[in-house]
Design a protein around this ligand. Structure first.
Ligand SMILES: [Zn+2]
Length: 52
């Protein structure tokens, strides 16, 4: 199951099994954060509300 990763530099999001080494959008070696359960589409965890 893929996770959703978001580039902390440009905000680009992508679904992948692991965060990319280089951002496909800004082409920098950005830090990617796992936002899988921070997005509205994910209804699997009650922590969603806390995380906004
Ligand atoms: Zn980026």
């Amino acid at each position: 199951m893929d996770s959703t990763y978001k580039c902390t530099n440009c905000g680009y999001t992508l679904e992948a099994p692991a965060p990319p080494e280089e951002c496909p959008s800004c082409h920098e070696k950005c830090e990617f954060v796992d936002v899988t359960c921070y997005i509205p589409e994910c209804k699997g965890r009650p922590t969603d509300e806390r995380l906004g």
